[in-house]
Design a protein around this ligand. Structure first.
Ligand code: EPU
Length: 405
């Protein structure tokens, strides 16, 4: 498996908190990482590629604190730069960050959290301006857990003066991994991976020192998607170099549908069972069912016998892709922006589809592989944003897939 996009992106951003270059190993070679590198270069960071998926990022002494508009708008993760930029350089400005079109993606938690730490925030002509001579201690609670806002406040707090308590945090493994690396480098963070994170700030001029390289954790969404594909179509596939403990919710759902999964410390093996049974799934914050696996799992449910419900609780526009699945032959009825009912099993038939976002893009590939006939997935930039050489990996599993211009 490749390294996790949503881990690597945050560590690239975190490198701005360091006095020495940060080495990042197992970096996925994907478009979002390339955009993050461009964004950091435009800020003034020096980035070198030592080959073998290892990059080194050195923060500039003086930074260009106005983030590039086009790049910032091309990925959501650009927003996490707010934390390290403000903590180290005292100011940063950016337009509203972009990313996948999966519903409203406001940045009010970032603004409120950074304000609680003493930042001044204004918006002029669609650009947000943040400044703070020093960030101070605070006790802040999110209205709802947010992954990138948790990471941003945690990184900002590392160089604050005093204690920052962040409540109702997201608990995703990528957050815990980031905190561990920051702590190994001198930060004082407790509780990452739980709903309350306490950071004892080091003060604005005490930057971190990377003692050893950071290794990006395995991509649980890539591994989970392949597990779903295996449950739909494989005689047997073994997914190596993954972290089964990060996939327990998906594993439980697949098992409840009748799929047999074997697992070891860092691998999973799966094969297509004779019969799949319908079941309901509700996306939740980690350790619940990941919203990023919702689209491939919906494809899975089109092959299960009976009536299933998919309830997307995190984003309000993350079921739009189902219209395309219906065009492929799926029997899916939207109930409201958050819920659809699926009746299965149905035979899917290949045709041309357009990938609206990264995760549903891969779901379309999975649908295409189990469909009769040929499926053409357009707009694969969206897939390349998050999956490294996906066609090579799938072809190695025996899939009939090729990239065309
Ligand atoms: N929210 C607000 N205000 C904010 C921030 C978030 O209301 O200021 C809301 C969102 O609208 C959403 C909820 O909070 O309803 C949770 O969203 P969250 O902030 O956790 O999402 P995110 O941090 O923008 C990250 C991942 C997503 C993943 C979600 C949920 C990155 C770069 N992105 O997004 O990944 O779906 O967490 O796990 O880490 C993907 O990789 O394809 C992807 C979309």
């Amino acid at each position: 498996m490749s390294g996790a996009k949503n881990s690597a992106l945050k560590v690239f951003a975190a490198s701005l908190l360091f006095r020495n270059p940060v080495q990042i190993k197992n970096t996925p070679l994907i478009e979002d990482i390339f955009r993050m590198k461009e964004l950091l270069s435009a800020i003034g960071a020096r980035i070198s590629n030592s080959g073998n998926k290892t990059f080194s990022v050195e923060a500039p002494e003086i930074a260009n604190t106005d983030l590039d508009k086009a790049i910032t708008q091309s990925l959501r993760a650009s927003v996490v730069l707010l934390g390290p930029m403000l903590a180290r350089y005292g100011k940063v400005s950016m337009p509203h960050p972009g990313g996948c079109v999966i519903g409203k993606r406001p940045i009010n938690f970032f603004i409120e959290g950074l304000k609680a730490m003493g930042a001044k925030v204004s918006e002029v002509n669609g650009r947000y301006y943040f400044s703070a001579k020093k960030l101070k201690g605070a006790d802040f609670a999110f209205l709802t857990p947010s992954v990138t806002a948790t990471e941003t406040l945690m990184m900002a707090a590392v160089l604050a003066e005093g204690r920052v308590i962040i409540r109702n945090c997201a608990c995703e493994p990528e957050i815990e991994s980031l905190a561990k690396f920051l702590n190994d480098s001198g930060a004082k963070i407790k509780g990452a991976g739980t709903h309350t994170i306490i950071v004892d700030g080091l003060g604005a001029s005490v930057w971190l020192t990377a003692a050893s390289p950071f290794t990006v954790i395995p991509d649980r969404i890539e591994a989970g998607s392949l597990l779903i594909l295996g449950a739909l179509a494989a005689k047997k596939i073994k997914i190596k170099n993954c972290e089964p403990l990060h996939l327990l919710s998906l594993i439980a759902h697949l098992e409840a549908a009748g799929v047999k999964i074997e697992r070891g410390a860092d691998w999973l093996a799966v094969s297509k069972p004779r019969r799949l049974s319908a079941l309901d799934v509700k996306t939740c914050e980690y350790p619940g069912f990941a919203t990023d696996l919702q689209a491939p799992f919906t494809v899975f449910l089109t092959q299960a016998e009976g009536k299933s419900q998919v309830f997307e609780t995190i984003f309000d526009g993350r079921l739009e892709y189902v219209n395309e699945l219906v065009r492929l032959g799926a029997n899916i009825t939207p109930c409201d922006p958050h819920r659809v009912i699926i009746l299965g099993p149905t035979v899917l038939s290949g045709r041309a589809v357009e990938s609206p976002d990264l995760r549903s893009g891969l779901a379309f590939i999975i649908a295409g592989l189990i469909a009769k006939g040929e499926t053409v997935v357009h707009n694969i930039y969206n897939i390349d944003r998050g999956y490294e050489s996906i066609e090579t990996k799938l072809a190695a599993l025996g899939a009939d897939i090729k990239r065309v211009q």
